[in-house]
Design a protein around this ligand. Structure first.
Ligand code: ADP
Ligand code: MG
Length: 336
C-alpha cells in the first residue's frame, strides 16, 4: 500500500465540462469534488482513484499506476463505470442521483447531484456526545429508515446490492431527507481479486456472509446492515462485529439495556435484521418495511428488578474482561 494519498485535482481544473471548486472528501477509492456544471449548478464529482493502486503528484491530471497493479486498476475502473451505469438507471429521492459519468485522465468520473447536509454518522456522533438518554427518538428512527428502505427497495429491484450500508453512507440533507450514497461495486471486485485494498466490509455493519467469500449474498445482506444502522442510532455506537458475535453473541444483552427507552417492537426489528443466519432475517425490504411501519403496537417494557441485577452483573463481567483485554464489547467499539 502506498502511504501517500494521490493528490486531488486543484481548484478550477475542468474535467468533462465540470469545473472543480474544491475537494469534499478523499477516501480509499477516490476523491469527491464539489464542482460546477456549464450552467453554474453545483454537482458532486467522484473520481476513481484508489490510493493503493495509483499515485498522482500535485498539479498533475493523470494518475500513475505501476505495471504490476495495472490489471487490478483497470478491473476496478470497469466496475466503477458499471456502478455509475447501474445507478444512473435509478431515480429515487432516497438514492443519490447520478447525472453523468465519463472517462478522462485515464480514469472515470461520476457526476452526482450535490447534497447539502451531513452524514448520519456525523449526526450520531453529535447526538452521542450530548449524552442524552436516547441518541435518536424512536419516531425519528422510524421515519429515517422508512425513507432509506424506500430507496433500498428500488436498488434491489434493479438487481443491485449496496453492500456498504453504514451511517457514513447515509446522507441527511439540510431539508431532512435521507439519501443512500456510495454504492460499492468497485470495492467488491477489487477485494475479490484477493488483493486487499481495504476490507470490503465495515466492522459492525457487515453481515457474517460478507466475511465468507463464497457465501451467497442477497437483499438480506443489506438488511443486516440496516439493522446495524438502527442499532447505532439507538446506542450511539456500532454493534459488535459479526465474527465476534459468532463466537459470543451479546446483541440481545446490549439491546435489553434499551428496553423501556425504545419500544419492544423496534428492538425486535433490530434483532430480526441482525440474525446471524441470513435465512432468519427479513428476506426482502418489503417484509421489513411492513414491520417497521407497525406504529400502533408499540409497547415499552421496562426491565424487571431481576433482569436489572443480571444486566449489571453481565456489564461488570464484560467491563472486567475489557479492562484485561480479554474481550472487546459492543459498547467499546467506536465508529471510525
Ligand atoms: N452527492 C454528494 N453530495 C455531497 N457530498 C457527497 C456526495 N457524495 C459524496 N459526498 C461526500 O463525500 C464523502 C465520501 O463519499 P462516498 O461516496 O461515501 O465515497 P467513499 O466513502 O468511498 O470515499 C461522503 O461522506 C460525503 O461527505
Ligand atoms: Mg462512503
Amino acid at each position: 500500500m502506498s502511504k501517500v494519498k494521490p493528490a486531488p485535482l486543484p481548484p478550477d481544473t475542468v474535467i468533462g465540462g465540470y469545473r472543480v471548486v474544491r475537494r469534499l472528501s478523499a477516501g480509499g477509492f477516490g476523491v469527491v469534488y464539489l464542482s460546477l456544471d456549464m450552467e453554474g449548478q453545483q454537482v458532486a464529482v467522484k473520481e476513481y482513484l484508489p490510493s493503493s493502486l495509483a499515485t498522482r503528484a500535485p498539479g498533475e491530471l493523470l494518475p500513475k499506476v505501476p505495471p504490476e497493479k495495472l490489471s487490478l486498476y483497470r478491473l476496478g475502473l470497469k466496475s466503477f463505470f458499471e456502478e455509475g451505469r447501474s445507478l444512473a438507471q435509478i431515480s429515487h429521492p432516497s438514492v443519490v442521483s447520478v447525472l453523468n459519468f465519463f472517462r478522462e485522465n485515464e480514469t472515470v468520473y461520476m457526476v452526482m447531484n450535490y447534497l447539502e447536509g451531513a452524514t448520519l454518522q456525523d449526526f450520531i456522533i453529535t447526538a452521542r456526545d450530548l449524552k442524552t438518554q436516547k441518541v435518536f427518538r424512536e419516531s425519528t428512527i422510524r421515519s429515517l429508515f422508512d425513507e432509506v428502505l424506500r430507496g433500498l427497495r428500488i436498488v434491489h429491484q434493479h438487481k443491485m446490492l449496496h453492500l456498504d450500508i453504514k451511517p457514513a453512507n447515509i446522507f441527511i440533507t439540510d431539508d431532512n431527507k435521507a439519501v443512500l450514497i456510495d454504492f460499492g461495486a468497485a470495492r467488491e471486485v477489487l477485494s475479490k481479486e484477493g488483493n486487499f485494498i481495504r476490507p470490503m466490509y465495515t466492522p459492525g455493519f457487515a453481515a457474517p456472509e460478507m466475511y465468507r467469500r463464497d457465501a451467497s449474498m442477497g437483499p438480506w445482506t443489506d438488511i443486516y446492515a440496516i439493522g446495524a444502522c438502527i442499532y447505532a442510532c439507538m446506542q450511539g455506537y456500532p454493534p459488535n462485529e459479526a465474527p465476534q458475535r459468532l463466537e459470543k453473541d451479546r446483541l440481545s444483552l446490549a439491546l435489553s439495556r434499551l428496553r423501556g427507552v425504545y419500544s419492544d417492537n423496534l428492538i425486535e426489528v433490530v434483532e430480526w435484521c441482525m440474525a446471524l443466519d441470513p435465512l432468519s432475517r427479513p428476506q426482502s425490504v418489503f417484509a421489513l418495511q411492513k414491520e417497521l411501519s407497525r406504529e400502533g403496537e408499540r409497547r415499552y417494557t421496562k426491565l424487571t428488578v431481576g433482569e436489572k441485577v443480571r444486566l449489571q452483573f453481565d456489564t461488570l463481567v464484560s467491563d472486567t474482561k475489557k479492562k484485561t483485554g480479554r474481550e472487546a464489547t459492543d459498547m467499546g467499539a467506536k465508529p471510525k
